[in-house]
Design a protein around this ligand. Structure first.
Ligand SMILES: [Zn+2]
Length: 152
């Protein structure tokens, strides 16, 4: 998580985001940026794949499932690889919507969620990969590989 992503997650958790309601981007019926309105306006149940009958807001629902360790199961890796960048982008949009006077230059938040995705992918790394890759490279050299073993 980048510092800015972490800040948004924490502010959502403690209620500073969305914070004091202001006019929503959609400007429908003078809509304000309450959690209920943002949930509907940003289609949060659909975007974050949260059941419509969940008893908490979709962002908190996903945050409650956050991982302590990189997931090893492919279906969980796939879920987080899909949901986490989406959640970061949604929090960025909600933050910009709720704070129209602040600078939300997209270059300050490039590639949302990439650090958590790298962390998730770290579960796939085998500590013996480097050795086995080197071993395969040397074997592919055929008879000349013996001199490489001796040289290294
Ligand atoms: Zn709206």
């Amino acid at each position: 998580m980048t510092t800015r992503e972490r800040s948004r997650v924490i502010r959502w958790r403690i209620g500073f985001l969305p914070g004091k309601p202001t006019r929503c981007w959609c400007a429908q019926d003078n809509s304000l940026t309450t959690i209920a309105h943002l949930t509907a306006c940003f289609h949060l149940h659909l975007e974050l794949e949260v059941p419509p009958n969940s008893n908490i807001d979709p962002i908190s629902y996903v945050l409650n499932k956050l991982l302590k360790n990189p997931p090893k199961e492919p279906h969980r890796q796939e879920y987080w690889s899909r949901i986490w960048p989406e959640l970061c982008a949604i929090l960025y949009n909600i933050d910009s919507c709720c704070h129209p006077d602040e600078d939300f230059t997209p270059s300050k938040d490039p590639d949302p969620g990439r650090l958590l995705l790298k962390w998730i992918q770290s579960a796939n790394k085998n500590p013996f990969d480097r050795f086995s890759q080197r071993h395969q490279n040397l074997n592919s050299l055929g008879n000349d590989s013996q001199s490489l073993y001796e040289a290294s």
